[in-house]
Design a protein around this ligand. Structure first.
Ligand code: ZN
Length: 495
């Protein structure tokens, strides 16, 4: 290595699939479950002659939500362009996108920079476009599934302001959390719902212009992106130190060998022959609509997290909620920041994430919705169901869905307040465990818990532990008194 020092510059482009019911310009289902390949299509998303696109209002609304959440200005009049290129997954031969007037511009997202201080990452633009088909390669064959063609896609582009792989990784993690929290996209990376590209260049310290950049495509995960950026910085510095020059190119990441490799030389915007989409007039975005969308936005992501920490959740709790994409779920379950929020958060972490682990189904793919979860948690809180019944109810809701109250009834989970049945169970346990009773009478108070456990088991999950516990203590006192009356021997205290 020579002694030359370089400044690293990274810009990040993120594509996310919007969580709409239908596609961007037609009424075909977006990302339908269980629909065979190439059946969720129509003349519009197949690009057949004579078909006309219609803009999906919900996709525009989600775009506005994202733009506002990222502190962007929303442009009052936008339009779409055709981006022309040839690739097997582009069945129409062009993609409807935005170049001249994006939906949102000039925003920012705060991260902790490499110097430890807060850094506002400038977001250049947020624009809407449509997705391409999906290619699958096996052996010598390539298969195409057009179901994804025309799915609503949003692109979020930063200025070239990030200084390292670490900053880029922190930015995309935070971006993902904000988009998921606001319900814009589910951002499941393994399903291609979020795709990240990093533009990396280095320039000698003090240089006025940026160096030649390489664009690293579609990394599978955020840690891959960071590794790829860090490798690329080393590769470029090595090339420049050796007296070489760099080419503007698109590179892929080889995770096995931990290196980037050339995919193709990079096109410039003019290579795409953009022109205004002739089938769509410009779209006026009513400021009153933007104001209504803004008014309906939830508490900002950062304020929400700060509020949770202020209410007594630990950073580890918040991290667990965030990793499970459950902050938005929690917000919907506990709509007002009340004392119930912490309670619900603890139940989510303890009981629901355990179900996610044991079933292998993440929360957002389960049948459990925020309102059913809230109702179930309140049934437990109000003593209508017991702890074990609550876990059973959650399990049913998680796998099968439905309303908490109805499911609790169907599964006979409401607590038994029939004191007679509990007393009967206590008598039975006492009769079956004479030694424990004898131990108790001899002062071994701790056996009470063993007796309680056996009684709970005998009455089943419908029993309210508080009722059982009270009746058990009465019965034990009665045992003690009976002995006292008989021979004045008192049970000894704890000491
Ligand atoms: Zn269609």
């Amino acid at each position: 290595m020579s002694g030359r020092k370089y400044v690293t510059t990274v810009g990040v482009e993120v594509h996310v699939e919007l969580a709409t019911r239908t596609k961007m310009f037609c009424s075909c289902l977006n990302a339908p479950q269980g629909v065979a390949p190439n059946l969720a299509t129509c003349p519009v998303c197949l690009g057949l002659p004579g078909s006309l696109p219609v803009i999906n209002r919900e996709a525009v609304r989600l775009g506005i939500v994202a733009a506002l959440a990222l502190n962007c200005a929303v442009n009052p009049r936008i339009w779409f362009e055709r981006k022309n290129y040839v690739y097997p997954d582009l069945v129409k031969g062009y993609q409807i996108s935005q170049i001249a007037m994006p939906l949102g511009e000039r925003g920012w997202l705060a991260i902790i920079g490499d110097d430890g201080a807060e850094k506002k990452v400038a977001i250049n633009r947020v624009h809407l476009e449509e997705d391409t088909a999906r290619l699958a390669h096996s052996g010598d064959n390539s298969l195409i599934d057009v179901n994804r063609s025309g799915a609503p896609l949003m692109e979020i582009v930063t200025d070239a302001v990030l200084r390292s792989g670490r900053e880029a990784e922190e930015y995309v993690r935070k971006l993902r959390a904000i988009l998921v929290y606001n319900g814009v996209s589910r951002c499941r990376i393994q399903r291609g719902e979020m795709r990240v590209e990093a533009n990396v260049s280095i320039a000698p310290e003090g240089a006025k212009e940026l160096g030649v950049r390489s664009e690293i495509k579609n990394q599978a995960g955020f840690n891959h992106m960071r590794s790829a950026v860090e490798y690329e910085v080393r590769r470029q510095a090595g090339a420049l130190d050796a007296g070489g020059t760099l080419r503007q190119e698109t590179r892929g990441w080889d995770d096995v060998n931990q290196r980037t490799f050339v995919q193709r030389s990079k096109e410039d915007a003019h290579d795409y022959r953009y022109f205004p989409e002739p089938d769509l007039p410009p779209l006026n975005i009513d400021p009153a609509w933007v104001a209504a969308v803004e008014a309906a936005l939830p508490t900002g992501y950062e304020d929400y997290v700060a509020g949770l920490l202020g209410q007594g959740l630990t950073a580890a709790d918040v991290d667990a909620l965030s990793r499970n994409d459950a902050l938005g779920f929690l917000r919907l379950a506990a709509s007002a920041m009340g004392d119930k929020t912490v309670l619900f958060a603890k139940r989510l972490i303890k009981d629901v994430f355990a179900l996610a682990n044991s079933t292998g189904v993440p929360l957002d793919e389960s049948r459990l919705g925020p309102s059913a979860f809230r109702d179930a948690a309140l049934l437990l809180e109000n003593g209508k169901i017991a702890a074990e019944g609550f876990r059973t109810l959650l399990d049913v809701l998680y796998r099968e869905g439905g309303e908490a109250e109805r499911r609790a009834g169907e599964n006979q989970l409401f607590v038994e307040t029939d004191a007679g049945a509990v007393a009967e169970a206590i008598s039975k346990v006492f009769a079956e465990n004479p030694r424990l009773i004898e131990d108790f009478k001899n002062g071994k108070i701790a056996v009470r818990n063993a007796l309680l456990g056996r009684t709970m088991k005998a009455v089943g999950k419908r029993a309210d532990p508080r009722v059982v516990s009270g009746l058990l203590d009465q019965a034990l006192q009665h045992q003690g008194r009976a002995d006292h009356d008989r021979d004045t021997r008192l049970p000894r205290g704890k000491s």
